[in-house]
Design a protein around this ligand. Sequence first.
Ligand code: PMP
Length: 361
Amino acid sequence: MSTVYNFNAGPAALPKAALEAAQKELLNFNNTGMSVMELSHRSKDYDAVHQQTKQLLKKLLSIPDTYDILFLQGGASLQFAMLPYNLLPQNKVGQYVLTGSWSEKALKEATLIGETNVLASTKDSNYSTIPDLKDAPFTDNDAYVHITSNNTIYGTQWKQFPSISHAPLVADMSSDILSKKIDVNQFGMIYAGAQKNLGPSGVTVVIVKKELVQQAQVEHVPTMLRYGTFADHDSLYNTPPTFGIYLLGKVLEWAESIGGLEKLEQVNEEKAKILYDTIDSSDGFYKGHAHPSSRSSMNVTFTLPNEELSKSFLSLAKERGFVGLNGHRSIGGCRASIYNAVPIEACMALRDLMNEFKSNN
Ligand code: PMP
């Protein structure tokens, strides 16, 4: 098979080493004579996988003991509702920073559940920037402040998180968790669907301060929507997505083996630079959507001079084995998602293709 460059936005490229490790033991996991998918979630063999995955995540992200690490289902989209169900009591306000469609969706769900407010929004710039919260109208009544750390569709990213002390900072990190070092202590809660940097779709990781879970007023919240249910049962209240957690473990082992977050961050910066330099040196042929100060190192969004050229670029890219470069249907153009598992060689190949296409047009 010829080389395929996978720039999918999610589900996305997974590290080959993780897939190969899973392949090797697919039919006989740990001498059990069966696949890890066929084990009981109450078995000793599965429990070892569950604990190891949790410990590795804790180690890689330096998650303090004061946080619960939960493996849930329902995607990041269910967290849009679970968060306010648990952490937005009646007399308080959920503060939302709008930086793209995913934050809009998070707000929409919270508005169904409690009182919300838009603290800041960059919609006027078609979400090409990240706002400054210096003069934002915080109140004493804030239940939490919600941000989207990386905006998958628009290709923008918080380069420095706002320092907030009066209420917990909550971040949807679906598309940049594990891509760089972060200080978990800055957050009350972090959540992420796995299918970009962590593993296959089907697992959602929630990292939440234990005291927030303990204080949550959840008498009227269904059992499966309470963080406490999962915290009290180590994410084994019901059947967890066992294969997804197992593969997440394999991805984390790979991340550790190549040098952890420091190394990943360095390589991710290099990969992004290759593509942004190509855009910036194209004399305006390629235009980046994101303002340079807000550029994402995970999703590089750009347009060509017109729709026709855009189509013909995408068609050439497809012919040459590049997958997933179409921009999201809501903004058009092109998007290269360059998560952790996308090798630097794929970015170099895309750079060469972009330069070649520009010369010929
Ligand atoms: N938040 C962000 C930043 C996303 O990129 C996505 C899309 N994968 C979601 C939330 C929704 O995630 P899910 O499909 O897991 O519900």
